[in-house]
Design a binder for this molecule. Structure first.
Ligand SMILES: [Zn+2]
Length: 485
């Protein structure tokens, strides 16, 4: 055991430059990295957590109180990983710091030789009883995960239930069940997907020609308030659909004016075309919450844009008349499809069928809410009705557009899908499929991140951007409810 008065390595030196380099590189590593398990803010790099833990757990060999057994074990082990322990205590200190720097590299984090050396030296310093690392606010779990890696026991907790779920899955379920758990998740996930494809078929119909819609590109709309106009303005930041070099597509707005004397306002139709240059694509209609009318060029100030959208809780939903015809609200601009036998994404204009599916989704959600009311509001509301945090908190700014509850962040169709999938995940919990149930909940969270009305379309990647692209929740002007169930 290390005497209390003996200095730890971190008190005398630390390879900060190299560990920082590994920590920075780790941010761009996705495959196999625990950060991909679930979104978490302020996630600490594993590299620095691992390095700091070892530097705190190991004694400084130059301290006269440093246990001789630790120094002997360190001299024996460090040579096996290319860290020459030399002959003096200072040499040994340098070698220990070298090891800490090398082990901070993500590429070495799971190599058996590094794990062995780190665990053997922790044991040499602390005896047979593994040291306990306690992290009461563990968040994404970097510190307890690294504590387990180097042979400590770990205790982790957090006030936030999302953090607790991440910690439970990462520190308990995955180490306990190993690759079997991944296989089981694929199996159960496959079953849920199959069932969902049947249960949600009416919300995501195939095209008559056999193509499969994979994303719907929407715009919120406001009414032009200039006298003698009254046109519907689709709020679009850019009319580009795809900037991929091999498939450049954009929308061309076409103003259609009613015959003289007609009470109808002018309207904007769209065509899809292949632009040869940036100049051919019209500028968007919205910038910094100001909306420009494509029909009369009048500008609607931000406070009016906000007021109009706030009247409809953010305006992400479509309004229908009694005959299920669209009368306003969100407007479908284009549908991205995959066609059998054709590589790449295709873009088409929306049809009445597309709106019919949205109408069906609205009815499904209305029925869910009606059932809940009828039950005397038993249990939680099926659509999350808790208020969003106060405006400005954690970068939440969408409240200014009338999105006040969590449910307001989703369109009716997204609500319908997420509620359905949540019910299936809950069934698995009830069937005591503990670890798999927890992983399914994490998958559902990821679905919610990709299927909100605040997702946008990635123009070169031709894919949906997730909601939390930034650590904030600002208004997004081209929402993309995804169809990829
Ligand atoms: Zn106008």
């Amino acid at each position: 055991m290390i005497p209390k008065a003996c200095k730890r390595l971190a008190e005398v030196d630390f390879p900060i430059a190299e560990v920082s380099r590994h920590a920075a590189r780790e941010k761009s590593i996705r495959h196999g990295h625990p950060s991909t398990l679930h979104l978490w803010w302020a996630r600490r790099p594993l590299a620095s957590s691992r390095a700091v833990l070892l530097a705190l757990l190991w004694p400084d060999p130059c301290d006269p109180l440093c246990p001789v057994e630790f120094k002997a074990e360190a001299r024996k082990r460090l040579g096996t990983v290319g860290c020459n322990p030399g002959t003096t205590d200072t040499d040994l200190r340098v070698a220990l710091l070298r090891f800490i720097a090398d082990f901070a590299n993500w590429d070495n984090a799971a190599k058996p030789i590094y794990l062995e050396v780190s665990r053997a030296l922790v044991k040499a310093a602390h005896g047979d009883e593994a040291p306990l690392v306690v992290d009461p606010f563990a968040g994404g779990g970097s510190i307890p995960l690294e504590a387990l890696r180097v042979g400590c026991d770990a205790f982790a907790s957090d006030l936030n239930p999302v953090a607790c779920l991440i910690l439970k899955v990462m520190l308990e379920d995955i180490p306990r069940h190993g690759p079997k758990l991944a296989a089981e998740l694929r199996r159960v996930g496959g079953e849920i997907k199959k069932a969902a494809e049947v249960e949600l078929a009416d919300l995501y119909p195939q095209d008559p020609d056999g193509a499969t819609p994979i994303a719907y590109l929407w715009a919120r709309t406001v009414r032009c308030e200039s006298p003698n106009c009254g046109a519907e303005i689709p709020l679009v930041r850019s009319f580009w659909l795809s900037k991929k070099a091999s498939r450049r597509r954009a929308l061309r707005p076409v103003v259609v004016r009613p015959p003289k004397g007609s009470p109808e306002p002018p309207r904007v139709d769209f065509e899809i075309f292949e632009p040869k240059s940036e100049k051919e694509v019209s500028p968007g209609t919205v910038s910094r919450a100001k909306a420009a009318c494509p029909c009369c060029q009048a500008v609607l100030p931000p406070e009016r844009v906000r007021a109009q959208l706030a009247a409809h809780r953010g305006g992400a939903d479509v309004f229908f008349d009694a005959k299920s015809r669209r009368t306003g609200g969100a407007r479908l601009l284009a549908v991205v499809t995959l066609e059998p036998g054709v590589t790449g994404r295709q873009y088409r204009l929306p049809t009445a069928r597309d709106y019919a599916a949205v109408h069906a989704a609205q009815q499904r959600v209305a029925n869910l809410l009606a059932d809940w009311e009828e039950s005397g509001r038993q249990g939680l509301c099926p659509i999350p009705d808790e208020p969003l945090p106060p405006i400005g908190t954690l970068g939440f700014r969408v409240q200014r557009y009338g999105m006040l509850e969590w449910g307001d962040l989703f369109t009716a169709r997204q609500k319908g899908v997420l509620v359905q999938l949540a019910a299936r995940v809950r069934e698995r919990y009830a069937a005591r499929q503990g670890a798999v149930g927890e992983l399914l909940a994490i998958v559902l969270d990821r679905c919610a991140d990709y299927w909100s009305s605040l997702c946008s379309w990635h123009l070169t990647g031709e894919k949906v951007n997730h909601t939390y692209g930034r650590q904030a929740l600002p208004m997004i002007w081209d929402e993309v409810p995804s169809a990829g169930v």
